[in-house]
Design a protein around this ligand. Structure first.
Ligand code: 8X3
Length: 249
């Protein structure tokens, strides 16, 4: 069987790095994209010729296009796109938020994801490929301080479902993966590097790991061609739902 090719964004850490590893270990050709070249270097060293790394800021459309244009011949023709790059910034209520952080989340989680997807759709259709979009439980369940982050993930989920409609008849599969609490660098990024806050959040909670989501994405991408997982919500057993809040006089 000819090896397939997967492109993973946000591949320098967390879900993205674990996913890049999972596919590379199984013999796929992997295009690992992220901002930090030094972090990608270890993937390149680990997997050699089957791992192509591309360091650029996904919000920079020119850099994104240049990275795609510069793909070596044997990495052209992408079978699976894993839109993993994304971030949460801040936990403040909307009325206290920094607009620049909102815009950064929108630019990364929405605009960059849509731009890359748009660029790859022709080849995904040609190869009857698959798109796996990393959304979040925050797409469906609002929580205080989630504001724009949750809004961007609601976009990712709804965009995924919309792509399913538009790609009807092409054979291209589309999935929205919606993880709950996961211990990656997510909270460190969200809190601006507050290790104590990150440790406190995850302590004793047995959160999802990067490998858990990598395995989920691997399963989705390798299902028989007639099956499409539309959405998959994954939480740690220790996380569930709380009630509504009420203001009283
Ligand atoms: C992040 C998961 O639980 O913080 O996407 O909303 S959670």
């Amino acid at each position: 069987m000819t090896a397939k090719t997967v492109l993973v964004t946000g591949a320098s850490a967390g879900f993205g790095a674990a996913t890049a590893r999972r596919f590379a270990q199984a013999g796929w050709r992997v295009i690992a994209c992220a901002r930090r070249a030094d972090r990608l270097q270890s993937l390149a060293e680990e997997f050699g010729a089957n791992m192509h790394t591309a360091a650029f800021d996904i919000r920079d459309t020119n850099a994104l296009r240049a990275a795609l244009d510069a793909l070596p011949d044997n990495f052209r023709g992408i079978d699976v796109l894993v839109n993993n790059a994304g971030l949460a910034l801040g936990t403040a209520k909307a009325q206290a938020c920094d607009l620049a952080q909102w815009r950064q989340m929108i630019d990364t989680n929405i605009t960059a994801l849509a731009t890359l997807t748009h660029a790859l759709l022709p080849q995904l259709i040609e190869r009857r490929g698959a798109i796996v979009n990393v959304s979040s439980i925050s797409a469906s369940y609002p929580y205080t301080g989630g504001n724009v982050y949750g809004g961007t993930k609601a976009f990712v989920t709804q965009f995924s479902l919309g792509l399913r409609c538009d790609l009807h008849g092409t054979g291209v599969r589309v999935t929205s993966v919606e993880p709950g609490m996961a211990e990656t660098e997510f909270t460190l990024v969200r809190t601006g590097g507050d290790q104590a806050a990150s440790d406190k959040l995850y302590q004793g909670a047995h959160p999802i790991t990067g490998d858990d989501i990598a395995e989920t994405i691997w399963w989705i991408a390798n299902l028989p061609a007639h099956l499409n997982v539309n959405r998959i919500e994954v939480m740690p057993v220790t996380q569930s739902f709380a009630g509504f809040q009420v203001v009283r006089d």
